[in-house]
Design a protein around this ligand. Structure first.
Ligand SMILES: Nc1ncnc2c1ncn2[C@@H]1O[C@H](COP(=O)(O)OP(=O)(O)OP(=O)(O)O)[C@@H](O)[C@H]1O
Length: 363
């Protein structure tokens, strides 16, 4: 399996419902002097980031961003270094104060929350997993995991019981009594993950949690996240600058550039229908056949094609279709509930791989 291939078939994932967990509208975060004047001034918002900095001394880290995070999805925020990912995600729980715009969690206005409500938001509802773990060095694994519960005032016996459960869930059984210094980087990250999970938050926020890990451990941790998500269906917001990580984990990806979201879509939409030249360049080297599905690659079936040839589910990848078509020598049918939605043949599949066939409507 290459790094871009998703670890779970999309059909095995829980479909997200339509109630947004986070709802963000016209969000701005401007750093610098008199930051508030920037979003309100059309002349300033029209400037490039460099011009804005020269004219005002301000950096617009997040520029007029709107999106919903749906219940049960893995929402990835991706972009190069400095594109505004961390600032955006920190604004969700006001670890960074937004300059303007609205943020709601389950319909509740986050910007109107007082200190105690915010504390409750960060402790119970939206827990963050950091790149540098944030572990307490003198505490054992179990006590580090129980820490969030301790802050919540959960009694010792109960918090140790719950901590032991999540320690097992993230594969650290037997290491409960070690201290962080006695663990590998990957194991420490699992402790960080367990600590966030222990408080049973509605949404987990990951700030580039795996970027310091070596590639093999990183892949293990990505698979761990996919597994946890499959088992629990918990909403996750995941920051990464790594495209293959984004494609592997994300149900939807918000691709950021200079503080703006330049495209928001499924991995398939981002790779198959890039919104502009920047996105196209970004995804140029992605093996398209591993991301695009036959649902978008298929064409209409002729009368004699609809009842013969190998059958594929609509979410089968083009890569799987190539195998099926090569094996049978005939076009493959895309079937749903016993109905033939369309077919994919040699020509169509090669066109998708080569990038000459634009995925989209059934022709
Ligand atoms: N406290 C701050 N004061 C001034 N500028 C800031 C501050 N924090 C971030 N910035 C600027 O805002 C922009 C976005 O930064 P941010 O850290 O959100 O990007 P990022 O995409 O998360 O980058 P990375 O992947 O390197 O963490 C950058 O230009 C950064 O220099």
């Amino acid at each position: 399996m290459t790094t871009t291939q998703r670890s779970t078939a999309p059909e095995t994932r829980k479909p997200p419902t339509e109630t947004p967990v986070f709802s963000v509208e016209n969000l701005w975060k401007v750093f610098g002097p008199k930051a508030h004047r920037v979003p309100a001034d059309a002349e300033l918002t029209a400037l490039t980031p460099a011009e804005l900095r020269t004219r005002t001394g301000c950096t617009a880290a997040v520029r007029d961003v709107s999106f919903d995070v749906r219940k049960g999805e893995v929402f990835v925020v991706m972009g190069l270094s400095g594109s505004g990912k961390s600032t955006l995600v920190r604004c969700l729980t006001r670890l960074i104060e937004p300059t303007s715009g609205t943020i709601a969690i389950d319909g509740e206005d986050v910007r109107a929350m007082d200190k105690s409500r915010l504390r409750e938001l960060r402790r119970h509802r939206a827990a963050m997993v950091f790149q540098h773990f944030g572990l307490l060095p003198h505490r054992t694994v179990l006590d580090n995991v129980a820490y969030g519960l301790e802050i919540q005032g959960v009694g010792k016996a109960e918090r140790r019981k719950r901590a032991a459960e999540v320690v097992a869930k993230v594969g650290l059984e037997g290491m409960e009594h070690r201290r962080p210094g006695q663990l590998s980087g990957g194991q420490r990250q699992r402790v960080g993950l367990a600590r966030a999970l222990a408080v049973d938050p509605e949404v987990l926020l990951f700030d580039e949690p795996f970027s310091a890990l070596d590639p093999l451990i990183r892949r293990d941790m990505q698979e761990e996240v996919v597994r946890l998500h499959r088992e629990e269906g918990r909403t996750m917001v995941f920051i990464t600058h790594d495209l293959s990580e984004a494609l592997k984990l994300g149900d939807r990806i918000a691709l950021m550039r200079d503080g703006r979201v330049v495209q928001l879509g499924t991995p398939e939409e981002i790779v198959g229908s890039p919104a502009d030249d920047y996105v196209r360049e970004f995804v140029r080297d992605v093996p398209r056949e591993q991301v695009l599905t036959v649902r978008t690659a298929m064409r209409a079936a002729s009368a004699d094609e609809a009842d013969k040839g190998p059958a594929l589910a609509p979410d089968a990848t083009v890569s799987e279709a190539i195998e099926a078509v090569a094996r049978s020598g005939a076009p493959a049918r895309v079937m749903q509930d016993g109905r033939c939605l369309g077919v994919v043949d040699h020509e169509r599949l090669l066109g998708v791989v080569a990038g000459t066939e634009q995925p989209g409507e059934v022709a």
